[in-house]
Design a protein around this ligand. Structure first.
Ligand SMILES: C[S@@+](CC[C@H](N)C(=O)[O-])C[C@H]1O[C@@H](n2cnc3c(N)ncnc32)[C@H](O)[C@@H]1O
Length: 198
């Protein structure tokens, strides 16, 4: 049985039958930045237990969702393809073939150790991997949303993402827990032919 604490976002998630409170981060990002408008294909990295996938299925009516996580996803739908794998071992370009994504989402997070430097480094590594995946399969003008823990290396990462998108924005949603170091970086308008390499 799932455990719920008194956090208002957690209660709301339960009331609205979402798998996790993190859905309200994506909802705020989408409402403020319009990243999902008209999307037909969405790649959701670090999708388990599945609240971001649920958000996409409920709100982006025509979209197909491609989801990956180390853990099982608690969501099934005919518009959803899920693979249980690590982003480090899985060949995303081969999986999606010639299809281009309108949006790539990454809410991936490492297992936290409590050692700040190690957790920041783990998060940055996942964010780089997400960027690499986005670069391999995003449509021209597509959008990228990625969670990163603030710390050493963050500015370099942001500057690198800037070379491949028309616009990069940072957002810390209201539902982010007070002590969390996470922030979301939003790349809008993918530039496939930018000279930057990865
Ligand atoms: C904060 S949770 C994602 C919550 C999800 N967005 C939701 O709304 O339900 C972070 C996820 O990242 C996944 N993750 C961490 N490292 C990963 C990796 N190497 N490959 C794939 N998924 C990974 C974890 O298994 C975990 O489920």
């Amino acid at each position: 049985m799932r455990k719920w604490n008194d956090d208002p976002y957690t209660k709301k998630a339960r009331a609205e039958d979402y798998e996790a409170r993190s859905v309200y981060k994506l909802e705020e990002i989408d409402k403020r930045e319009g990243v999902m408008r008209g999307a037909r294909n969405i790649l959701d990295l670090g999708a388990a237990p599945g609240s971001w996938t649920q958000y996409c299925l409920r709100n982006i009516k025509s979209a197909n969702i491609w989801a990956i996580d180390l853990s099982p996803l608690n969501v099934t739908d005919e518009r959803l393809k899920f693979v249980q794998a690590s982003i480090y071992d899985f060949d995303i370009p081969k999986w999606v073939g010639d299809l281009r994504m309108d949006v790539v989402l990454s809410d991936m997070a490492p297992k936290t150790t409590g050692i700040h430097e190690a957790d920041v480094a783990g998060s940055l590594e996942l964010a780089l991997k997400a960027f690499q995946a986005a670069s391999s399969c995003l449509k021209e003008n597509g959008n990228f949303v990625v969670k990163v823990f603030m710390g050493d290396g963050f500015e370099g990462y942001r500057d690198f993402v800037k070379t491949r998108f028309s616009q990069v924005r940072l957002l810390r949603p209201d539902s982010t827990r007070k002590h969390s170091r996470e922030i979301f970086l939003i790349g809008k308008g993918f530039l496939p032919n930018s000279k930057a390499t990865f």
